[in-house]
Design a protein around this ligand. Sequence first.
Ligand code: AMP
Length: 477
Amino acid sequence: MSFEKFALHGSLLRAIKDAGYETPTDIQEKALPPALEGRDVLGCAMTGSGKTAAFVLPILERLFKKSRGVTRALILCPTRELAMQIHETILELGKYAPVKSATVFGGVPMKGQVQAFERGVDILIATPGRLMDHFQYNYAKLNSLEVLVFDEADRMLDMGFLPSIKKILQHIPKPQQTLFFSATMPSQIGQLAKDLLNRPITLNVERQAKPATGITQSSYPVPQSLKPALLLELLAQNPIESAIVFTRTKHRANGLQKYLASYGVNCERIHGNRSQAQRTEALKGFKSGKYRVLVATDIAARGIDVQDLEYVINFDVPAIPEDYIHRVGRTARAERTGEALTFFSKEEEGQLFDIERAIGLKLPREWVDGFNYKAVGEKMTVDRGDTRQGDPRRNAPRRSPQMARGQGTQPARGQGTQPARGNAQTARGSAPQAARDQAQPAREYAPRSDGQTARHEHARPSSFRRGGSSRGRSSSR
Ligand code: AMP
């Protein structure tokens, strides 16, 4: 099945081809025909299903038929990352179309966004909070709006955006078409959809939300204090080129990023306290291969779309099953394959059971060969230094052990533990060697919780020690 069968403008078909989309995904197959006819759509789409193109293409098609200079489409989404991601899809699929689009989200100056309102860009992609900020002013009028899109509506609810959304709806004309997407359908979202949509075509709503089918899922029992060392061991034993690692809190994300960097792992972090510029740089660096690991919290990870992302590692078990589905949905996007690993401590077992119940699957338990599960854990430093828009000096990294010895925290590209992308070096088994050669065993002496300094014998994977030998791969038991 190709895209040719849809009533799409030739220049959109060209852009679709350039983007490398050969066949429509399931949601595109089902949503495009009614959406192109102007019908309302209620889509319960899995994350990574290709839903963005399912609403972007009908909007672009509509814009061909109308005179321009006013905003005709508004896309509401929960996070800046998702807004940027949607914007990229619009730029990609609309590259031969005379269409202007802009993003409106917090964490960046209002000025450029004010101009977008004043110029009347065709499509606005907005997070609800910042859009409400603009609506206080006269320039922010969307009187010619025709299409309204809700993307990841369930997450907007989780983030407390429902009151803002209700106010936004009072501020805009009743749209001719509403396209409503949500990974899950909690009752408040179901009610909102019912109030807004006019005889919608309903897709997949009955289906329980599940991670995409191409994801191999497993779980790793591990004491809480040994999680950092276990992660390091996995990175040492496996030629993992790109992994998003999720932590429960921003502070744990900071601590883990520092810990990994101190062992020479190229990594960055992304969470709500980081400035937009920092988040953009982290994501860009991760996509380009500069960073092997991106440590993230749930909120910031929405909308992260990295082609060929191999691994999602849940360093902490997500509190709710929906978050698990969204997290692991970062890999195996658009019917590709990927691996999702979940570390869980004794205290997190209950949450893991909830997830297994929700997805209807018992995750296989895995142990890593040679890892000392009885070792003394190495403490991550919990860094509370990040502030959203704060003084940049507060965001400067503290002196790490290497810096104290006159070395940078991040080895130059190609010199760290990260194998080059597409390089033969990435064959299984090569990473531990690279890790051994390059990683700096920065913590000969790890701080103990009692404040004493103790020689740290066990928790650090031996393969990250200078001259240590690599070990076998993980195995199921
Ligand atoms: P989404 O679920 O919209 O975030 O899309 C996930 C990923 O799938 C993005 O990288 C898209 O570029 C890609 N994608 C969307 N539709 C297709 C398609 N029909 N064929 C191949 N890739 C696609």
